[in-house]
Design a protein around this ligand. Structure first.
Ligand SMILES: Nc1nc2c(ncn2[C@@H]2O[C@H](COP(=O)(O)OP(=O)(O)OP(=O)(O)O)[C@@H](O)[C@H]2O)c(=O)[nH]1
Length: 951
């Protein structure tokens, strides 16, 4: 095999452009295989790496070793960063799940730094600003990458990994629960505020376009967003895990492709230093053939011909056909039957070691490289190979071009597309030895590479190699460390390039993913610091409002009790004394035989209407007219009825007065005390108490008071006495009524006024009789008190009259007296009779009234035996005033009870509110603490990732 002679002039034209050309240029003569090998070795590293390398061979070797070590270090750092990120994501997920609903930031718009009116402030510095939420974040760099993909990380893992960091636009965020602030919106299209953790809102809404998704965010509830975020965090965790596996994966795939017959198989064999792939002058590679180290197949050298690569499982023989290495030609002849053939082979060289200057290419200790020999490119295979090359597992594309043919159209098309996708392509210009005008060939090939893959051209010193692969299939006879061959350098460069590409293909996606994820976490943390601050300040404001209320309520608990008791006592005492005075006064009128003047009532007619449902019972205003002596008996009865009715009307009036006072008392309890002690809750305190009463089935209806008494209208006095005296009902005069009250003959005359003796005697006797009756019956006022009184009066009247007559007759003992006795007596009798008859209209009401008074209010002397020493004597007035007071107390007690209940409920409510708000404060404070620590850790994580230099 000969290298073409190249005129020296060409050497001066293109001396440094390609690594190994110089040696060839300096050796224009035909060479033997051995001499060609030696002469194709670069004279120096400067020659080998052209302008890019200025060091010695030793330094070059060290450079490659350093690259490999650096790769290992970077891989280690990335693994640590992935683990850190995993911890952060887990802690945020737990925090979101258990401690605090993480708010999803809603991006309002994007504006450039230049046109941003004012830099957004970190809201933590102004937590009390109400609109802090609308201007959240800006100091912290927002996530930059946006992807329309459902899985942005995939996009990041793919093309975007190569992109340099874009300048950071200034973004404004708000939280989803705050209304959009139009002034902040610079462009109308909202974008995802997050990249990796952007919510997958399309789930369940297949019709929704991706562009609409961010606009949907504000319409979702906080908890829904939080749940969606939680899902994204989980997805992120599993992606971190797969990235970790990928970073740890030591395998790398190199696709060797190129024109038909360019020498691809020969090149693979040269890298293996043995003939494994089929080669021929005619096209013979029809199936992709991947060469792997036999150690991956338990050391066995064999071919696995695979029909469905997706199902291939080395441990399952049913998923492939086994052939020996020697059958490789036969397998290639099968055409389309197999998708790929995996060739497990032993490399002709040892793995990398201190003593091995040129170790195995496919098994070098750091990266296990598999070489894929592809069918030659033509119209039929172009698309298949392009598809294969696009696979993310392909780390490096080695394009073999025959120096004899340069690039064909198919080759150009492939190289053009591959350069777009992978940027760099490793180019092997093969069969270089046979080229006569090497300089020209180099120039032409160089021009083509420059056009097809500019990035490759820029790095031509390392990426473009001119070799004779065929010369290395059997391996060089001798390897010189000082003067490595062009192919040795190709191998070194390719190995470095594989490592570099591995950094790009396996480490860079992890780094970019981490940077984006950490940026998202930072955005989330910042936005949530704002939210937590807002929540905290709102809760503190609420606590400021609630705490004094609760403290006041707690302090007023006893005051309420006392206040209610005081109102109750005051009203009851007032009602009681008013009723007593009224009835005492009434009795005095009655005793005088007079009707109580109605004007004395404190309630006017209009006010009475208030108590709807109460019986109207207007008392008589005057006694019936005196009909003359012949109708005296009937009249006396009418007088008696009138007086009793007048008394009844007074009792009624006392009750009405009590109702009014009770209404006032209830109002005082409900409104005054309520207003004073109950917290305003959108309703008046009175309403609150009424609600409490309604809740308890109690509504105050004044007309219902004293309803029991009305059942016995017409028997008022007796019922009042019997009830008022606390004697029970059985046989204690409950049947005594106006109808039982008989008017006697003696009621016609006012003997009491005629003689004070008679009056005193009668009083004594009456009292004695009542006393006897009390003693006899063992009661204070016995059965038929009134009747006894009446009977007593009658007896006293007869006795008194007889006594007077006897005394008169005794006076007649003297003669003189006897002489005048007859006419005097006659005159006196006539006068007396006349007087009595004339006095009747006054005497009858007075007598009846006195009898009523006596029967209803016995003098204390009569009652002393039956009353306990400490208790005041029970009278008609005291009995009724007690009864009325009891009723009033009952009502007020209920009103007070309702107020107390309401107060207690208000106290409980305020205690619960306080507890809840204090809980919110504690939660927000806890959240703030977590988030601030979290932010710090994220920042730390970001700095760890940023220092991993993969460029
Ligand atoms: N002189 C010379 N001939 C070579 C070199 N490399 C390959 N050949 C010859 O070129 C022919 C094609 O080689 P292959 O390795 O089969 O080429 P290929 O690209 O794999 O062919 P297909 O895959 O079938 O397209 C064979 O006859 C090789 O001997 C080389 O470096 N120098």
């Amino acid at each position: 095999m000969q290298s073409a002679s190249v005129p020296l002039r060409h050497a001066s034209e293109e001396p440094q452009e390609f690594p190994f050309v110089a040696s060839s240029l300096q050796s224009p003569k035909p060479m033997s295989r051995r001499s060609s090998l030696l002469n194709s070795s670069p004279a120096s590293a400067q020659v080998l790496f052209g302008k890019a390398w200025q060091g010695t061979e030793e330094e070059l070797q060290r450079k490659h070793e350093d690259e490999q070590r650096a790769y290992g270090d970077k891989r280690e750092l990335l693994i640590q960063s992935l683990d850190e990120a995993s911890v952060l994501v887990k802690s945020l997920a737990t925090f979101n799940q258990n401690k605090w609903t993480v708010h999803y930031p809603h991006q309002l718009g994007v504006s450039t730094v230049a046109d941003a009116p004012t830099p957004p402030h970190r809201a933590a510095s102004s937590p009390s600003t109400p609109n802090a939420r609308s201007a959240v974040k800006g100091a912290r760099q927002a996530p930059l990458r946006r992807s329309a993909s459902m899985f942005p990380e995939e996009a990041v893992a793919g093309e975007e990994q190569e992109s340099p960091a874009r300048p950071s636009p200034q973004r404004t965020y708000s939280l989803v629960d705050s209304p959009p602030a139009p002034t902040l919106s610079k462009d109308s299209t909202p974008a995802h505020p997050l990249s990796i953790l952007s919510l997958d809102l399309k789930m369940g809404h297949p019709s929704t376009s991706t562009a609409q998704l961010p606009a949907l965010i504000p319409s979702l509830s906080l908890s829904t967003l939080s749940q969606l975020l939680s899902r994204r965090l989980t997805t992120s965790l599993s992606h971190i895990s797969s990235l970790r596996t990928r970073v740890l994966d030591s395998s790398s795939r190199v696709l060797v492709t190129g024109d038909l017959n360019a020498g691809k198989s020969t090149f693979v064999n040269a890298l293996l230093r043995r003939e494994v792939m089929p080669w021929d002058q005619q096209p013979c590679t029809t199936v992709f053939c991947e060469v792997l180290d036999a150690s991956l197949n338990e050391g066995k050298e064999e071919l696995h011909a695979i029909r469905d690569v997706e199902k291939y499982d080395r441990s399952n023989p049913e998923t492939f056909d086994v052939f020996s290495l020697e059958e490789v030609y036969d397998v290639q002849d099968t055409g389309d039957e197999y998708q790929i053939v995996k060739a497990y082979v032993h490399d002709g060289r040892a793995p990398v070691s201190e003593d091995e200057p040129n170790p195995s290419f496919i098994k070098n200790g750091l990266v296990d490289i598999s070489l894929i020999d592809a069918p030659g490119l033509n119209r039929d295979t172009l698309s298949t190979t392009a598809l294969f090359a696009r696979q993310s597992e392909i780390d490096v594309i080695v394009f073999v071009v025959s120096a004899e043919n340069h690039f064909t159209l198919s080759a150009k098309e492939f190289l053009w597309n591959a350069s777009r996708e992978k940027a760099y392509v490793f180019i092997v210009v093969n069969k270089w030895g046979g080229i006569r005008d090497k300089a020209r060939c180099m120039r032409v090939v160089g021009e083509q590479i420059k056009q097809l893959s500019p990035a490759t051209w820029e790095n031509r010193a390392e990426l473009v190699h001119f070799v004779d692969a065929a010369e290395y299939v059997e391996g060089p006879a001798e390897v010189s460390v000082e003067e490595p061959s062009a192919f040795d350098h190709l191998e070194q460069s390719l190995r470095s390039f594989v490592l570099l590409k591995r950094s790009k293909s396996k480490l860079a996606p992890a780094k970019h993913y981490l940077l984006n994820l950490l940026a998202d976490l930072s955005t989330l943390a910042s936005a949530n610091v704002v939210a937590a601050n807002d929540e905290l300040s709102a809760a503190l404001r609420e606590l400021e409002r609630i705490r004094p209320i609760h403290e006041r309520l707690s302090a007023q608990r006893d005051e309420v009790e006392e206040g209610v008791d005081r109102v109750e006592e005051t009203v009851v005492e007032s009602v009681k004394s008013a009723a007593w005075s009224r009835l005492e006064r009434a009795l005095n009128y009655i005793a005088e035989g007079k009707v109580v003047p109605p004007a004395e009532s404190t309630i006017d007619a209009d006010s009475r209407q208030v108590f709807e449902g109460t019986d109207s019972f207007d008392g008589p205003t005057e006694l019936p007219p005196y009909p003359g002596v012949w109708g005296i008996w009937e009249w006396a009865n009418d007088v008696k009825k009138t007086l009793v009715r007048a008394l009844e009307a007074e009792v009624r009036a006392a009750e009405d007065d009590a109702r009014f006072e009770t209404v006032d008392g209830v109002k005082t309890v409900m409104n005054d005390l309520g207003d004073k002690y109950l917290p305003e809750d959108g309703e008046t305190a009175g309403e609150a108490v009424q609600q409490e009463q309604a809740k308890n089935g109690r509504v105050f209806r004044p007309e219902v008071m004293f309803a029991k008494r009305r059942r016995g209208v017409g028997r008022l006095a007796a019922r009042g006495v019997s009830t008022g005296l606390g004697l029970g009902s059985a046989g204690l005069g409950v049947n005594w009524s106006v109808t039982d009250f008989d008017v006697s003959f003696f009621d016609m005359f006012d003997f009491e006024r005629m003689t004070s003796h008679g009056n005193a005697l009668r009083g004594r006797k009456e009292h004695k009789l009542i006393e006897d009756d009390v003693v006899e019956k063992g009661t204070l006022v016995g059965l038929g008190l009134g009747s006894i009184g009446m009977v007593g009066s009658r007896i006293i009247g007869i006795k008194g009259t007889m006594g007077s007559l006897t005394r008169i007759i005794e006076m007649l003992g003297s003669k003189q007296a006897r002489k005048w006795a007859g006419p005097v007596i006659g005159v006196l009798t006539v006068g007396l009779v006349v007087y009595v008859i004339v006095d009747l209209p006054r005497a009858i009401p007075r007598n009846i009234g006195r009898k009523l008074q006596l029967s209803l209010s016995p003098p204390p002397a009569l009652l002393s035996g039956s009353s306990s020493a400490s208790s005041p004597p029970v009278t008609f007035a005291s009995a009724h005033s007690d009864r009325i007071a009891r009723e009033v107390r009952k009502v007020l007690r209920l009103a007070g009870w309702d107020l107390r209940e309401r107060f207690r409920a208000a106290l409980d409510k305020s205690a619960a509110e306080r507890k809840e708000v204090e809980g919110v404060v504690a939660r927000a404070e806890g959240a703030l603490q977590f988030l601030e620590e979290f932010e710090g850790k994220v920042r730390e994580g970001q700095s760890h990732v940023k220092v991993i230099d993969l460029d």
